[in-house]
Structure formats: C-alpha cells, structure tokens
Write a protein that binds this ligand. Structure first.
Ligand SMILES: Nc1ncnc2c1ncn2[C@@H]1O[C@H](COP(=O)(O)OP(=O)(O)O)[C@@H](O)[C@H]1O
Ligand SMILES: [Mg+2]
Length: 277
C-alpha cells in the first residue's frame, strides 16, 4: 500500500486540552512494499504515528493518503473495508486469557472476514494450517493448542506477530515487537517479520527502541523526536552523530555507553552506537 502524510498533526485522544500535539506537521511517503523502522526517544510520537496510519486516530490537521485516497473522506463502509487491509500490532497485544493459541492467531483474520465465517473456519483444517504456518515462522508450532495464559511474555509477543501475519494486511504496523524477547529470539522474529512482509508485498512500518535491530533489518530509518521527523534516511547514513542528536537528553534510552565520536574509524563508531537498546 502506498502511504503519504502531508503536514499531519495529531494528538492522543486522551491528551489533556492544551497539551502539545504528539505529531507536528509530519511529512512522509512510503511506496508499496516498502519497509521502514521508526526510532526515537519515548514520547516522540512513534505509537501515535502508527495509530494515525492505522486510521485509528484522525489527524487534527494535514492529510493522510492511503493508495491515493484520504480515509477520512470515505464513507463508513469504505473506511471499514480499508481498515480490513491495515493491521496494527500493538505493543501490548490483547490476548484473552484461557484462549487457545490457534484461536488467538486466527482472530487476526477477523477484520477481513465475517464473524460467522471466521468462527466456522476455526474448525476447518485450512484455518489451523494457516495458524500453524504463521506460528512456525516464530518457532512456536508446538504451542498451537496451548492456552495463551500459559505462555511466557516473549511467547505471547510472538503469537501476536503470527496473528498479524494471518491478517494478511497490505499495510502492517508493528509497535515495539521485540520488547519481551531475548536477543536471539528478537533477531529471529525480526527476520521472520520482514521476510513475511516481503513475500506478501505488504508495506511494513515498525517502531523499535532497539536501534541496532532497526539498522540491521531495515533499509530505511525514520528518526522521530517531539512529534517531528528529525531524519528519514537509508540505514547506512544513520551515523552515531545523528543518533546522538536524536536521543539528546534521552541518551539513557540508548542503553550502554554513549557513542564515542572522536579518534575512531567510522565502522567502529557505528558498532558502538548501535550496540545498545
Ligand atoms: N494514553 C495517553 N494519554 C494522553 N496522552 C498520551 C497518551 N499516550 C501518548 N500521549 C501523548 O502523545 C505523545 C506521544 O506519545 P507516543 O506516540 O506514545 O510516543 P512514543 O511511542 O514515541 O513513546 C506523548 O508525549 C504524550 O504527550
Ligand atoms: Mg510507543
């Protein structure tokens, strides 16, 4: 899906009156099948950006364009149909306790197909095979019939990613997918997610606090701060200097030692700067 933001400003629905907007005149463009990571300190507006792209928050100003159409000018029925092609995987996935993993994963299809059909499909092998294939990408096949509330936090997070794949969206929006995963699992999950999006041709926008993971897995990085885009660059051009400027006053969020900028070859600088979460 092609995406364009033209001078978009937006605020969280629960923000108090007079609070600064979470997004301030944001401009960005994404081609069909593009993959970008959004980084920046907490409160930068990364989650709000995903909600705007998911048509969950209506911009206060500016224009959102999805495949040449402004979602907020569509009829309710058209908007519902459009939302069925978008999928937002939230940072804390709402997985009902006592539910089986297979049910939780197949619930990803709910926005696309009728409730009756999706409930019926749970009992058909195609649905189960689909859930199994999605879980296998995240090394979770053995949990197909496990109860969601018996899973670890990391397993739940991977179930949520499998659910996102089953939804087969044209625009996949993923908020901090790796927070509960150890480094090895995180790297595997990131590779599976980007590969699945590539195979299906979906555009992918992921927020990540792990800068190293963003640089290693995405060709393009958006740096956000205080509701604005500080940079929109190929990952090779995201230098330690740019990261320092992006996280200035929030360097603790680049956990680990701050990048050393002098007396080191460029490659070593990048290795230091990105070796932090
Ligand atoms: N639940 C909320 N209630 C009120 N305001 C919020 C809420 N969530 C976010 N905001 C506002 O939106 C701004 C951007 O937040 P967010 O998009 O969550 O940033 P990020 O994901 O980069 O940490 C915050 O600084 C805050 O002012
Ligand atoms: Mg966030």
């Amino acid at each position: 899906m092609k995406v364009r933001l033209e001078k978009v400003s937006a605020r969280h629905p629960a923000a108090r009156a007079g609070a600064p907007a979470a997004l301030l005149g944001l401009e960005m463009e994404l081609g069909a099948g593009d993959q970008v990571a959004v980084i920046g300190p907490s409160g930068a507006g990364k989650t709000t950006l995903l909600h705007v792209l998911a048509c969950a928050i209506r911009p206060d100003a500016g224009r959102l364009d999805l495949d040449g159409r402004d979602p907020w000018q569509l009829t309710r029925r058209e908007l519902r149909r459009l939302r069925g092609t978008l999928f937002l995987a939230p940072q804390l996935p709402p997985l009902p306790p006592r539910q089986r993993v297979v049910t939780a994963v197949l619930a990803g299809r709910l926005p696309r197909i009728s409730l009756a059909h999706s409930l019926r499909s749970l009992f058909y092998p195609t649905g189960i095979a689909m859930a199994d294939a999605a879980l296998a990408r995240f090394d979770l096949s053995d949990k197909l019939f496990a109860r969601v509330d018996r899973l670890s936090g990391g397993e739940r997070q991977r179930v949520a990613l499998a659910r996102a794949l089953v939804a087969q969206p044209r625009l996949l929006l993923v908020d901090e997918p790796l927070a509960a995963l150890d480094p090895t699992r995180a790297a595997q999950a990131m590779a599976s997610l980007t590969q699945a999006a590539r195979e299906s041709g979906a555009s992918l926008v992921t927020t990540l606090h792990d800068v190293a993971m963003a640089l290693a897995n995405f060709p393009r990085i958006l740096g956000m701060r205080e509701g604005q885009l500080m940079f929109d660059l190929p990952s090779a051009q995201v230098t330690p200097e740019r990261l320092q400027a992006l996280y200035a006053q929030h360097l603790d969020e680049l956990e680990g030692p701050a990048p050393v900028l002098e007396q080191r070859p460029v490659a070593a600088q990048v290795a230091i700067a990105v070796n932090c979460r």
